[in-house]
Design a protein around this ligand. Structure first.
Ligand code: MN3
Length: 203
């Protein structure tokens, strides 16, 4: 198959006690895998798309055949969003941003504490299924975005730096309707060294 489920960069149990093993197993092994399967079905008759990365396709999705465009947005977006999400998480280390990223966060949001508050509010404001993102614009500026369903920041010309999955499947087993507790847990797992790498990539 053209698109494949990337292995998690850590064990299913590595994010305990904040993200539990059962949720991670289901989230990666079933939900993410289903996006990959459905994406592969969508591109069956499109050999040119099969040769490209999903990130490249989403950045240029206007050029895709309208017949499969929504399937690419849904399943391709789901594949790209999840692949990205796993990389911005890490076993609990309570790391913090440093260097140029820390400076950009301070100058954009006032302080790291204010950034955390604003990102959390953005995530809490996701109505129904969707994601909150910290993104870098083509001009290199930081901003916060909410995206419904599996819409990708890549399709709007932005580069994701940090995300949090606000679909119920991401948290319901352990946290049920307690979204604030899920978000509190999330902050212990943010992989700031990786986000600094994304920030310093050329836009
Ligand atoms: Mn998910």
């Amino acid at each position: 198959m053209t698109f494949t489920l990337p292995p998690l960069p850590y064990d299913y149990s590595a994010l305990e006690p904040f993200f539990d093993t059962a949720t991670m197993r289901l989230h990666h092994g079933k939900h993410h895998a289903a996006y990959v399967d459905n994406l592969n079905k969508a591109v069956t008759d499109y050999p040119d798309l099969q040769k490209r990365s999903i990130e490249d396709i989403l950045r240029n999705f206007e050029s895709i055949d309208p017949k499969i465009r929504q399937a690419i947005i849904n399943h391709g977006g789901g594949h790209a969003n999840h692949s990205f999400f796993w990389t911005v998480l890490a076993p609990p280390a309570d790391s913090l941003p440093t260097g140029q990223l820390a400076a950009a966060i301070d100058s954009t949001f006032g302080s790291f504490a204010k950034f955390k508050e604003a990102f959390t509010a953005k995530a809490m404001g996701v109505f129904g299924s969707g994601w909150a993102f910290l993104i870098k614009t083509p001009e290199g500026k930081l901003d916060l975005k909410r995206h419904s369903f599996q819409n990708s920041p890549l399709s709007r010309g932005n580069s994701p730096l940090l995300s949090v999955d606000m679909w119920e499947h991401a948290y319901y087993l352990k946290y049920q309707n307690r979204r604030p507790e899920y978000l509190e847990a999330f902050w212990h797992l943010v992989n700031w060294p990786q986000i600094e790498k994304y920030f310093s990539f050329p836009s």
